[in-house]
Design a protein around this ligand. Structure first.
Ligand SMILES: *Cc1c(COP(=O)(O)O)cnc(C)c1O
Length: 374
């Protein structure tokens, strides 16, 4: 028998979460962002659940190839564009749309030989100072692109740094609007946080600028982009990934007994604990302290002591029926419908749900939820 740990991908949750994004931005088309192997879920595993999207957005050319291999004929967008000249050949061959965020990428396009001109998304650095042309240089980049025979339609794109927080998107939107006001082309602005929190019809009545394409990632996997202000449940999102393992041993403690490496936990009263077949080599964060929530047979409990490579310890004192073989849900949902949001666990680890999903280790077997069809 393999080690009793498993991740489950829930297609019905993906369908639900994609629908939530559509409700939040009813006018927009939706890129399902599937970079980083669909945020750790596996592109092939999420494809059925997300094929109702209008397109797939990602970074790696080999991931684009995988989406095409799955039979997707619709739009695919390379969010960082190409990295070297020959990437453009694959774009031509696979009909990939691509971001253009720097002069070097325009140079490559200018010498690219293609029969079919490319659809590009010209990216503005509207304040985040990651990728994109500054507002001052954006229009000259547009003009240069527009003159290239290799380029078909130019869409306009930017990315928000603070859509999940107090600063919001207004300042960056104002910059983007001012610079692009009279430029033709579709707009793509919003990640999950902006889609959920700041989707208004962006057309304020002065002719500018509905967001034609939204780009939700984390929300479609069922994590709240603005936790703890909102939970996934607040947004109507369902976990698309469950990580669960079984108890492979138990111990009974008396006051003064220690647990795990470094004896960081000391029992103050009689306790019963369970040893779970999940550790940091499975992708469970080692930094999760005593008290990090888990579900044991669908009932809430918490970790005790340090997480080790292959195991972690949970408190069974209040759960006398639990023992060897009991199921422990590290995040996601149980058969009885109980949910432990990945965001809660991430918060205990001082990080975000994104990082936990993406860090699911190769050694964890992944299955697609059996009783669910999309
Ligand atoms: C990753 C990414 C997204 C999706 O962001 P979420 O916060 O996961 O919704 C959108 N746009 C770009 C450019 C990205 O790189």
């Amino acid at each position: 028998m393999p080690r009793p740990i498993q991740a489950t991908i829930h297609p019905a949750a993906l369908v639900n979460n994609l629908a939530r994004a559509r409700v939040a931005a009813p006018e927009a088309r939706v890129w399902a962002v599937v970079k980083a192997n669909a945020y750790g879920h596996g592109i092939e595993r999420v494809f059925e659940g997300l094929r109702g999207a209008d397109g797939f957005a990602l970074l790696d050319l080999d991931e684009a190839q995988r989406v095409r291999t799955l039979g997707w004929r619709g739009p695919i967008l390379l969010l960082e564009g190409v990295f070297e000249q020959r990437d453009l050949e694959l774009c031509s061959r696979l009909d990939l749309w691509h971001a253009v965020h720097c002069d070097e990428q325009i140079d490559m396009l200018a010498t690219h030989k293609t029969h079919v001109p490319h659809r590009v998304f010209l990216k503005m650095n509207s304040g985040m100072n990651r990728l994109g042309f500054t507002p001052e240089r954006y229009r000259s980049a547009w003009t240069r692109l527009n003159a290239l025979p290799q380029v078909d339609e130019i869409s306009l794109m930017t990315h928000f740094s603070d859509a999940d927080g107090a600063r919001g998107v207004a300042a960056q939107m104002a910059v983007f609007a001012a610079v692009t006001r009279d430029l033709p082309g579709e707009r793509s602005l919003s990640n999950s946080a902006a889609t959920l929190r700041h989707s208004m019809p962006l057309d304020a009545g002065d002719g500018w600028a509905a967001s034609d394409w939204v780009r939700p990632g984390i929300a479609i996997y069922g994590s709240a982009p603005d936790f703890p202000e909102h939970s996934a449940a607040d947004w109507g999102l369902q976990p698309a990934m469950t990580l669960a393992a079984r108890i492979i041993g138990t111990q009974t403690l008396v006051p003064g007994d220690c647990v795990g490496y470094g004896s960081s936990f000391v029992a103050e009263r009689p306790m019963r604990i369970g040893v779970v077949a999940c550790g940091y080599a499975d992708g469970y964060p080692r930094v999760c302290p005593t008290g990090t929530p888990v579900l044991v047979n669908g009932v809430r409990s918490h970790t005790v002591g340090r997480v080790s490579m292959d195991m972690l310890i949970v408190d069974l004192t209040a759960l006398p029926a639990a023992g060897f073989g009991s199921e422990v849900t590290l995040w996601g949902k149980t058969a009885n419908g109980a949910v432990l949001g990945i965001d809660e666990v991430a918060q205990c680890a001082g990080t975000v749900g994104y990082e936990l999903m993406c860090a699911l280790a190769q050694r964890v077997p992944v299955i697609t939820g059996a009783d669910e069809t999309s």
